[in-house]
Design a protein around this ligand. Structure first.
Ligand code: F6R
Length: 609
């Protein structure tokens, strides 16, 4: 789970690679390295730690050259160390390689290569690739890689350079993401398009078992057998500065603030008038198929899973289709029974999460129709799905997912409301009111952001508490799970997300003055029960932060503090409630001086199972 970049052109490769890696640091940040071809020699600098350490090392040992590859690592095989970090280099020091993915048969290949005299210096799976390429290298680097790839099992996106070829960079992909950025007199490779957007808006998105032989003025695309591949460049739709912090202290903060605009963009062209039907380009389902659906299965990981849990609710309540939601990492273990006319909805910000991709393949193989709800255009999950409805959130860089979560729910709500319309599961008047409420969400999100200071004052009261509990019921149980996940991942405060109905079955034992509870108590089906739960906690001297609709008079009487949200239909409250909970987690973590955009042990895109 790493990021790779590469540059061939006329500028200093280290500068381009460092800037590209900076934008890929969300993919891992325990070590990093760069290799450059300089005067017919290969020079490598590697460090343990973040890119700042690599930048400092390059100040001390500058690498001069206009062909280079770089890597930021999140350890899978072998601890973070200089020897385990990439680029890995052939024994004669002439070929260097960066890799994202996992080589599953590396142990077997390593034994064979060691028997043939290759000396391994690292504990990584990656090192076998560079020795294999070296083994088959007889002056033609591309041919050597093709031959090596025949023996590789698993996933790879690689960038390769060789001291003998100062005018060539090789890149190839199987299952791990890779793009080639198209410049003028210069070209780039990267794990995603955000890393190259500063220099170009045109990229080739490389497919599985394809490779690129890249020079300064040419990009030759082939499959791994060497057959030419014809591909139109993809034009990146967002501006070059979309991946900058834009005056915010952290990407997470910027992304929380981007939600009103992103919601507007997500609705654009899909829902414009409450009286008119929703149109979802990319869904790729006929009305007949929608009417015939017998079941919907959501699957995802982490925050996206919480969006799927809300989706299950929306699908059953609105479209009256039986729905389930599985953690992607657990789905295969239970060997799910897939009935005819099952729709699998795969939720993923990155579109590259390995567990989610595996679950997608499993469900597809068992006969489900697969529609994905994805942010990153042309990502693996998007490409392997029968239909894809993009959430249109723009790049999300902060490791803790914020805008992708609310937009995943909004997108799923659009799908569920569309299904309800086609199947007649909900009354016409009710649907019009729901669509009207959806159209108001960007404005409500804006109002919620305007109230940031009041959330900050609540954060100031509680940031020293070592423990917390997030309680919700019904459609807001996922909100409680997500609120707890946000807080724990960026502040490291112990946070439990629980169904308020489960309180008396165990967690109430935790309640005491140093554990604060966030109770989601917006008006709706479960409101009275939530008030009962708040009273139970208060009776045991636990401080409570209530989340309530504007104008509620009961919650301020019961809770110590209140996070206010504007009124909207209960089914849409997971979207509005998420915003103050994101801000609460953000400000608590900021007051604790945490590394908010890069929490310890986490990576933005988890491309290993
Ligand atoms: C938490 C977070 C993760 C991701 C999860 C799935 O803030 O970001 O839990 O939601 O790793 O990632 P995607 O959505 O890229 O599949």
């Amino acid at each position: 789970m790493c990021g790779i970049v590469g540059y061939i052109g006329t500028r200093q490769a280290t500068e381009i690679c460092l800037a590209g890696l900076k934008r890929l640091e969300y993919r891992g940040y325990d070590s990093a390295g760069i290799a450059v071809v300089e005067d017919g020699e290969l020079e490598v600098v590697k460090v343990v730690g973040k890119l700042a350490a690599l930048s400092q090392a390059l100040d001390e040992t500058p690498l001069d050259g206009s062909l280079g590859i770089g890597h930021t690592r999140w350890a899978t095989h072998g601890k973070p160390s200089e020897t385990n970090s990439h680029p890995h280099v052939s024994n004669d020091g002439r070929i260097a390689l960066v890799h994202n993915g996992i080589i599953e048969n590396y142990a077997e290949l390593r034994d064979q290569l060691e028997d043939q005299g290759y000396e391994f210096v690292s504990e990584t799976d990656t090192e076998v690739i560079v020795h294999l390429v070296d083994k088959y290298y007889d002056g033609d680097l591309a041919a050597a890689f093709r031959r090596a790839a025949e023996e590789l099992e698993g996933a790879f996106a690689v960038g390769i350079i060789c001291a003998d070829h100062p005018d060539q960079m090789i890149a190839a992909r199987r299952f791990s993401p890779l793009v080639v950025g198209i410049g003028e007199g210069e070209n780039f490779i990267a794990s995603d398009m955000g890393a190259v957007r500063e220099w170009t808006d045109r990229v080739y998105v490389i497919d599985d078992d394809e490779m690129a032989v890249i020079s300064r003025d040419d990009i030759e695309l082939t499959d791994l057998k060497g057959e030419p591949v014809d591909r139109e460049p993809y034009v990146i739709p967002w501006p070059a500065d979309a991946a900058q912090k834009g005056g915010h202290k952290h990407f997470m903060h910027k992304e929380i603030h981007e939600q009103p605009r992103a919601m507007r963009e997500c609705l654009l062209g899909r829902l414009t008038d409450p009286e008119r039907a929703i149109t979802l380009e990319g869904l790729n389902m006929t009305d007949e198929e929608i009417r015939g659906l017998r079941k919907v299965v959501f699957t995802a990981c982490g925050t996206a899973y919480h969006a799927g849990l809300v989706g299950r609710f929306l699908m059953e309540k609105l479209a009256r289709i039986p729905a389930e939601c599985d953690l992607a990492a657990e789905l295969r273990a239970r060997d799910p029974v897939v009935l005819d006319h099952t729709l699998a909805i795969i939720v993923s910000q990155s579109g590259e999460t390995a567990d989610t991709l595996v679950a997608l393949r499993e469900l597809k193989e068992k006969g489900a129709k697969v529609v994905s709800v994805v942010n990153v255009v042309d990502s693996s999950i998007a490409r392997e799905s029968d239909g894809v409805v993009y959430i249109q959130a723009g790049p999300e860089i902060g490791v803790a997912s914020t805008k992708a979560y609310t937009l995943q729910i909004l997108t799923i709500a659009l799908i569920a409301a569309h299904f309800a319309d086609v199947r007649g599961g909900t009354g016409e008047h009710e649907l019009i009111e729901l669509r009207r409420a959806m159209l108001s969400l960007p404005e409500q999100a804006h109002e919620l952001i305007e109230r940031e200071d009041s959330v900050k004052s609540v954060a100031a009261k509680y940031y020293r508490c070592p423990n917390s509990l997030f309680l919700g019921r019904g459609v807001n149980l996922p909100s409680a799970l997500e609120g707890a996940l946000k807080l724990k991942e960026i502040s490291y405060i112990h946070a439990e997300g629980y169904s308020a109905g489960e309180m008396k079955h165990g967690p109430i034992a935790l309640v005491e003055p140093s554990l604060f509870t966030v109770a989601i108590a917006v008006k709706g089906d479960v409101y009275d029960k939530m008030i009962g739960n708040i009273q139970e906690i208060k009776a045991r001297s636990g401080p409570v932060i209530g989340v309530a609709f504007d104008g509620d008079t009961e919650i301020p009487r019961q809770a110590d503090d209140v996070l206010w949200v504007p009124e909207c239909p209960e089914l849409l409250t997971p979207i509005t409630v998420a915003i103050p909970l994101q801000l609460l987690a953000y400000h608590i973590a900021d007051m604790m001086d945490r590394e908010i955009d890069q929490p310890r042990n986490l990576a933005k895109t988890v491309t290993v199972e």
